[in-house]
Design a protein around this ligand. Sequence first.
Ligand code: SAM
Length: 282
Amino acid sequence: MEKGLLYIVATPIGNLQDMTPRAIEVLKQVHRIAAEDTRRSGILLQQFAINTPMMALHEHNERVACEKLVKQLQAGESIALISDAGTPLISDPGYHLVRAAQDADCKVVPVPGASALLTALSAAGLPTDRFIFEGFMPTKAGPRQRRLEAMAQETCTLVYYEAPHRITDTLEAMVKAFGPEREAVIARELTKTFETIHRDNLAQLWEWVQNDANQQKGEIVILVEGAQEADEQYLSSEDSRIIELLASELPLKQASALAAKITGKKKNLLYQHMVEKGKKDK
Ligand code: SAM
C-alpha cells in the first residue's frame, strides 16, 4: 500500500487573501486536516468552502494524536497539518508529528505561505542577511532577563514573538539588556486593519508603547537590531580626525551626523568621542 503524504500547510496571519490557491487545493483534497483548534480553523475552512474532516492536534495531545495520524498515513491517507494562523511548527505544534512521519518513512510536503516572522522581517527596515528567531520568551521576569542578556552581544537581527499584555515589561527588559540606544521595531497586527510597523530606539519605543494603549493590543513581533561588530564600536584615528575637524566648525550634533555619513560609524559613537574628549581637555 502506498503511504499517504503529510502536508504542512501555512494559512493567513490576518488577511484571508493571503491564503494561497495551493493551500486551498491541498486542504480540499486531503483525507483529513489536523488543526490546532478545530473550532477556529473551522471558521477559516468555511470561508474557502473546504469540507474536509478535522481532528485536533495541539501541544497537550500532540504525542497521542501523532500515533493515530502516522497510522492513518501508513494506511494510505493523506493528511494536512494547519495551525491557528501562519506556518505550523513556527511557535506552534507539529514538530513531533513531522519527526514521527519521517521516521515512519512517510513523505512530508511543505505548502508555504504566511508567517509573522518573515512578514515582520521583510518590512522592518533592519538587516535581514542574518537573523535569529527567538520565538516567545519565558514569561517570568528573571528567566526572561537572562535570556535577553544572553543575546546582548549577538550581531544578527533578533526576532521575538510577544503577547500584548507583556509588551511594556518586555521593552523595559530589552532597554536593560541591550541599552536604550539599540534600534528596534514593533510589528503589530500584520496584514490586518490596524497594521503598525514602527522603528525607533528601544527607549523611545518603550515610551511610545507606554503612552499609547492601542500599542498594547493585538499580535506583536519585536525585532531588535544586532549588536555592533567589534570594528564598528571603535573609531579609527582617521574617524577621530574627521569628527574633531567637523566639530571645530559646526555644532556637535550636526558635526556627528555629517561625520557618521563620511565614516559609516554611528552618530552616537562620534558624539560620545567628542564628549569624552571635552572632559579630558578640561
Ligand atoms: N505560526 C505562526 C507564524 O507562522 O507566525 C505563529 C504562531 S504564535 C502562537 C502567535 C504569535 O505570532 C503572536 O503572539 C505574535 O507574536 C505572532 N503573530 C501572529 N500573527 C501576527 C500578526 N498578524 N501580526 C503580528 N504578529 C503576529
